[in-house]
Design a protein around this ligand. Structure first.
Ligand SMILES: Cc1ncc(COP(=O)(O)O)c(C=O)c1O
Length: 402
């Protein structure tokens, strides 16, 4: 019989490198394969499944809305959108939301808002500063913002209006904000760079960016698509630092597994008017109902605390594995967004060995493992994960040529 991989090869564009496993069901931190294996999920849909798989309250909220009204368009009022947006602002800062379906779309919206704000308040300044190592999405503008040739080279030319600077250098940002020929209107950064290997920007640097944006009348845009929804030990990563953005983008965990994105717009940056922007599915009522339930469960169960505690347990365990002689050079990140730096280029092999051990873990590049498990992970599950990771790293070391 033809395998799923063969059918997929004929049916789908070859954009994804699949791990050799077909996931068919899940609950909590566990997923099941079509051949009956149970796997502990440290990938969490790449930071999407904040409440784990098929959380009953999220499922009930989505199903309730699904059977009442699935879609209406944005020509009409939509209570689930308002309920979601109220919760988003209550968790972050006072402002209004534009709702969409993904992280890239949320960043696109933020870029458009910054450009309009520049036309209105900064004599047409439109350049947006981003950082080396960033990831902001796969649309053309967000690829330009990402500024990584690995993703963008086949699709040149990129839209103009982005300027990429080295991470950590405030003087370079100040120079770009005050450039005489093309002063920048906004700075767009992730508080912790996720896709490039989980690199926190540093508290002083983030506060410095806020200060520079204030002094030079520019907007600070924080991309919290990966860091948000309580994953790093606060509702939003910026809250650890106190550098409140003018615009904040969110997606991934926002819909708890359904496609949902948002940009939260402070009063200062709020320039969108009717007709400026839109999306057919943006703020779909089923996704918003699920998202509102995600907010309610996180708040009730104080899951930011759970993320911090479980993150500490992972960190201590991983540091213990490093002391035992495994090639772990660094544990980066906060809460349950962790990057495990390996001192040998065996990340893919570790991920494959972990799968054989019954654990899903994501390899980024050759030397980093990313952990972004559901925030509901228990102490015992963290221990299971650590033991499997230790064995997997050991197996990859044993199999790799010295
Ligand atoms: C920080 C960040 N921004 C934006 C995106 C793009 O999100 P999406 O894939 O939903 O478009 C991602 C996805 O990994 C991300 O990590």
């Amino acid at each position: 019989m033809e395998s799923l991989a063969e059918r997929e090869r004929r049916a789908l564009c070859a954009t994804y490198r699949r791990n050799p496993v077909n996931l068919v069901s899940g609950g909590g931190c566990w997923v099941e394969t079509d051949d009956g294996r149970r796997l502990l999920d440290l990938v969490g849909g790449i930071a999407v499944n904040v409440l784990g798989h098929c959380h009953p309250e999220v499922v009930a909220a989505a199903q309730g809305q699904l059977s009442r009204l699935m879609h209406t368009s944005n020509l009409y009022y939509n209570l689930p959108q308002v309920e979601l947006a109220e919760r988003l602002a209550a968790s972050a800062f006072s402002g209004r939301a534009f709702l969409c379906n993904s992280g890239a779309e949320a960043n696109e919206a933020a870029i458009k808002i910054a450009r309009k704000w520049g036309q209105r308040h900064r004599e047409g300044a439109h350049t947006i500063i981003t950082l080396e190592g960033a990831f902001h999405g796969r649309t053309l503008a967000t690829l330009a913002a990402t500024g990584n040739a690995h993703y963008s080279a086949p699709f040149e030319p990129m839209p103009p209006g982005f300027r990429q600077l080295p991470r950590g250098e405030l003087a370079a940002v100040e120079a770009a904000l005050t450039d005489r020929t093309s002063p920048a209107v906004a700075v767009l950064v992730e508080p912790i760079q996720g896709e490039s290997g989980v690199f926190p920007l540093g508290e002083g640097y983030l506060r410095g960016l806020r200060d520079l944006c204030d002094r030079h009348d520019a907007l600070l845009i924080l991309d919290e698509v990966q860091t948000g929804m309580a994953r790093t030990g606060n509702w939003w990563a910026y809250q650890e630092v106190g550098a409140v953005p003018d615009l904040m983008t969110s997606a991934k965990g926002l819909g708890g597994g359904l496609p949902l994105g948002a940009v939260l717009v402070s009063e200062r940056a709020d320039v969108l008017e009717a007709g400026d922007h839109g999306s057919t599915f943006g703020g779909n009522p089923v996704a918003c109902a699920a998202g509102a339930a995600v907010f309610d469960v996180i708040r009730r169960d104080r899951l930011w605390e759970r993320a911090a505690t479980a993150g500490d347990q992972f960190r201590e365990g991983l540091e213990g594995l490093a002391r035992s002689g495994l090639p772990i050079s660094q544990v980066r990140g906060r809460g349950l967004l962790l990057g495990v730096g390996l001192s040998r280029p065996i990340a893919a092999e570790v991920s494959a060995a972990a799968l054989a051990q019954g654990v899903l873990v994501n390899a980024i590049g050759k030397e980093t493992l990313r952990l972004a498990p559901p925030l509901v992970i228990s102490d015992d599950e963290v221990e299971v994960a650590l033991e499997a990771l230790g064995s997997a790293i050991g197996a990859a070391v044993a199999a790799a040529p010295a």
